[in-house]
Design a protein around this ligand. Sequence first.
Ligand code: C5P
Length: 234
Amino acid sequence: MRNPIIVALDLPSAEQALQLAEQVAPAVGAFKIGKELFVSAGPDIVKRIRATGASVFLDLKFHDIPNTVAQAVAAAVRLDVQMLTIHTSGGSAMMRAAEKSALATAKALGQPAPLVLGVTVLTSLDSDALTEIGCQPNVGHQVERLATLAVKAGLRGLVCSPLEIADLREILPAEIQLVTPGIRTGAEKADDQKRTLSPREAIQAGARWLVIGRPIYAAENPRQAAEKILASIY
Ligand code: C5P
């Protein structure tokens, strides 16, 4: 049975992140290291999490000229991450360069290529915010447009909000892996997440991976919380 749970290590220090990782590792599929932890703890935190045997999702959302993104992706592959993110709004050439760099660097090192995930429209952007930056105002259309472009550029996965999973599944090839945050079990408060699905609903809608933060790390017993979530899915 595959374990689709990715725990977001949204914690301020390497020590706290490592402690949580060790505690919940047997019950989860991977750990997400985002900007806060990476900027404060450095690449070393990736190596330390990898050293525990766990898979790492490096969520730094690269967006730059193709060559710069390709080099950053190569550096991430050398850190031996299993997933990483780029912004699809960086354009086709940037996405192609990122995917090519992931495949080539991994091949040269003799390791499996990480999944390069495209981020479409940030969930913090609404119709007005999209219009302001010169995009079409319909968020759903913009998400579909960027998702289609990402697949054409060769990406094998995308990050999307829970409520976009079903629509994207209809237009994307089945092998494209969807990763979704915004997961709530109902047992905890929704925090600042407004558009949520339960773990089971998200998997049934077609998500391959679930990014879960507070429902696990803020639980009284994170290991038990993760086990309960996993049991609720299958
Ligand atoms: O604590 P929670 O389960 O809400 O954490 C979700 C994780 O997914 C956080 O790391 C958050 O930054 C990330 N995320 C999100 N919503 C998005 C994109 C990413 O919650 N639209």
